[in-house]
Each structure stands twice: as structure tokens, then as C-alpha cells.
Design a binder for this molecule. Sequence first.
Ligand code: ADP
Ligand code: ADP
Length: 237
Amino acid sequence: MLQISELTKTYATGDTALSEVTLDVPEGQIVGLIGPSGAGKSTLIRCINRLVEPTAGQIQLGRVDLATIGHRELRRQRRRIGMIFQEYSLVERLTVMENVLSGRLGYVPFWRSFTRRFPPEDIQRAYQLLDRVGLMAQADKRADALSGGQRQRVGIARALAQQPELLLVDEPTASLDPRTSRQIMRLITEICVEQRLPAIINIHDVPLAQQFVQRIVGLHAGRIVFDDHPAALNDAT
Ligand code: ADP
Ligand code: ADP
């Protein structure tokens, strides 16, 4: 599904954040990315959707090499990739429903009536997603009226609204308390299993990763230093 080969990123500052990283993620697999601060986790996630430009290597999503395609093609390919961020990045003045539908749109609309442009099946699907993440009753509330956990649930529904083939998740629980963090990780990983959706989750909380993912990849100084079942991590350390 996703095949990353010899991916290298050297920033303009001369920092090499990734050194020839090779990683295959098969369909339906949930990968937890761990490692100390500065290991290259964010850079890896951001190279996959090209928020960061790779210096060398391939990022094959199905038949497309995301690392080398031009910007027009990139816009199309990004629709295949759902993103869930640490800071939710919801549009505050829009409702929950409008935020979810903006995922289908692929960009943030700045006018209020944009939901009318969606066919009924898109609206219905958005309601199904809100139901799945437990926010049906909040559909018409403004995003800025929600708690942190609720906001991340909107982020999850929005990422899924675009019907992605791959989910990239960057520190989804960094702003949440431990109990809410577990709920959010459970929700993300359950949905990935239900939909056979492969995911890469950048998560610095190792016990949380171990509890919910199927495979752990450990990065250190831009290289993969661990790649195994979560249980094997205890033997390695
Ligand atoms: P992590 O997510 O594991 O904390 P990062 O990918 O953020 O690691 O960073 C990896 C390395 O790349 C670090 O040395 C960091 O300082 C460097 N780095 C990250 N972003 C930039 C940037 N925009 N410009 C220069 N160096 C960067
Ligand atoms: P994260 O929490 O994802 O690891 P950081 O807090 O390390 O991110 O970095 C925040 C922002 O600063 C990111 O956009 C990252 O690319 C950038 N950054 C990180 N390290 C450097 C660096 N050494 N030089 C320039 N920019 C950096």
C-alpha cells in the first residue's frame, strides 16, 4: 500500500532529519511511530504528504511516487491521504458539520453556505461519521464551543470524510488528558480496523502506542532503530 524507500531529508539548515528510511505499510496496518524529540517523526509524516519536500528517495502510494510528482498532481493525490493533527486545526466559526464536510472539499471554505453544494449522500455520510465519533448531538454547534476531546473527534470525522486510503496522524493526543487520550487512540484505531485503513501515528507516549497499534517503528537520529510488534519493545529496552 505505502512503500517508502531510502527517504532522506536534509533541511536547508544542514540538519539531516531522515537518513535513507525504508518502510512498507501494508493495507489495514496501524503503525505507531515513536522516538525521542528530534528523531525525525514529524519530518517523516510531513514528507509523506509533502508538507516537507523530501531530499531523496521514493514514497510509493499504490502506483504513485508522492516524492516526485508535480504540484498539480500532488493536490489530487493528497485527497487520498487523511491527516489528523495535534492541534485539531478546526475552523472555529464553522459548525461541527461544516468542519467535517470541509474534509470532503479538500480545502477550507471561507463562505458559510458551502454545505449546500454537497449532494445528499455526502451529507448523509458526514452524519454517519459524526455518529461514529459520538458527536451527532453536536453537529450544529460551532467548533469553538467544544472540548479538546470533542474537537479531536471532529478532526477524525473530517479526515475520514474525504474517504482516504491512508491516514497520517501527528501527535493526536499531545494536548489531551490521559483518559481522553486513550479514548481518542481507541477511536482512531478501531475505525482503521473497521475500514481496513492503514495508518501511521506519530505518538511520543510509548505505553499508549503499545496499547493500541499493531506495529511499532522506532526512529532515532533519522534512522529506524526498531520495527516489531508492540510487545517486543519491552524485550528491546
Ligand atoms: P520529531 O518529530 O521526532 O521530534 P522532527 O522531525 O521534528 O523530529 O525533527 C528532526 C530533526 O530535524 C531535528 O533535528 C529538528 O531540529 C530538525 N528540523 C525539523 N524541522 C526543521 C526545519 N523546518 N528546519 C530545519 N530543521 C528542522
Ligand atoms: P514537533 O512538535 O512536531 O516535533 P517542533 O515543536 O519540534 O515540532 O517544531 C515546530 C516547528 O518548528 C515545525 O514546523 C518544525 O518544522 C520547525 N523546526 C523544528 N526544528 C527546527 C529547526 N532546527 N530549525 C528550524 N525549524 C525547526
